[in-house]
Design a protein around this ligand. Structure first.
Ligand SMILES: Cc1cc2nc3c(=O)[nH]c(=O)nc-3n(C[C@H](O)[C@H](O)[C@H](O)COP(=O)(O)O)c2cc1C
Length: 232
């Protein structure tokens, strides 16, 4: 979780540990204006991040996230400023809560973004009939998990037609089939969020094993062969 994170100074210590592992570490950044995103990106690069992901999509933070991520001009300005400031790849994480998704995706591309991550959570709410009020303090929040898979798939599918940079699919993935659906929609890679909470850290191995079995069963030698298949 980035939002309640300890801040960029304290993050230096976490990165010392994180970059010791075998996997590349992508730093998630959260700010309101291009200059602040660029400042954070430079720090992440200094800490050894392999790439940065710009959170332009949280549905529950005033003046941040989704509120700036639905404005194509702002998105382009942020991506451009970060690209000018670092030489590691820059990914922009987008919200599904907009009718301007393709425009926002193209703004990332025009700003020089290296990839798009789709999607962040879907703006939603829960109500307690006992308390007779919204469960969340903010009234609304972000819905994740299997309920949003169809939304995420649709977004990746539309972005694949709109841009020429790679798309990372996320939203409701907890099995190899889910991941393959995202790749057929056009995702070149996938992320797994809330399924880690439900299924444990083993979910990554289960998904990749299942994908390998699918490739073998279908006579494919590379996962790249799956990307975009649903568009043919
Ligand atoms: C508890 C929780 C915290 C999250 N925090 C962040 C965050 O700080 N920054 C961000 O970009 N996305 C955040 N997300 C969104 C997830 O990264 C992901 O985009 C979303 O949950 C959909 O994927 P999933 O269905 O696999 O969880 C959070 C999601 C959850 C459930």
């Amino acid at each position: 979780m980035g939002l309640p994170g300890p801040g960029i100074d304290a993050f230096e210590e976490e990165m010392v540990e994180a970059v010791k592992g075998p996997a590349p570490v992508i730093g998630s950044l959260f700010a309101a204006i291009p200059e602040d995103f660029a400042f954070l990106a430079r720090r992440m690069q200094r800490y050894g991040a392999a790439a940065v992901e710009l959170n332009l999509s949280c549905p529950h933070a005033k003046g941040y996230g989704m509120e700036i991520g639905v404005d194509p001009d702002m998105v382009r300005a942020i991506v451009q400023e970060v690209k000018r400031s670092v030489n590691i790849p820059v990914l922009a994480k987008l919200t599904p809560n907009t009718h301007l998704l393709a425009e926002v995706g193209r703004a990332v591309e025009r700003g020089g973004g290296d990839a798009i991550v789709a999607v962040n959570t879907v703006k939603a709410m829960a109500i307690s009939v006992d308390a007779r009020r919204p469960v969340l303090y903010n009234r609304t929040g972000g819905l994740s998990g299997p309920a949003i898979k169809g939304v995420g798939l649709r977004c990746v599918y539309e972005l694949y037609d709109a841009v020429n940079i790679p798309i990372v699919g996320v939203g409701g993935i907890e099995s190899a089939i889910d991941a393959l659906e995202y790749m057929m929609a056009g995702a070149a890679a996938v992320q797994i969020g809330s399924a880690v909470g439900r299924k444990g850290i083993g979910v990554f191995g289960q998904v990749t094993d299942g994908m390998t079995k699918y490739l073998e069963a279908n006579g494919m030698s590379s996962i790249g062969e799956v990307v975009g298949l649903a568009h043919e």
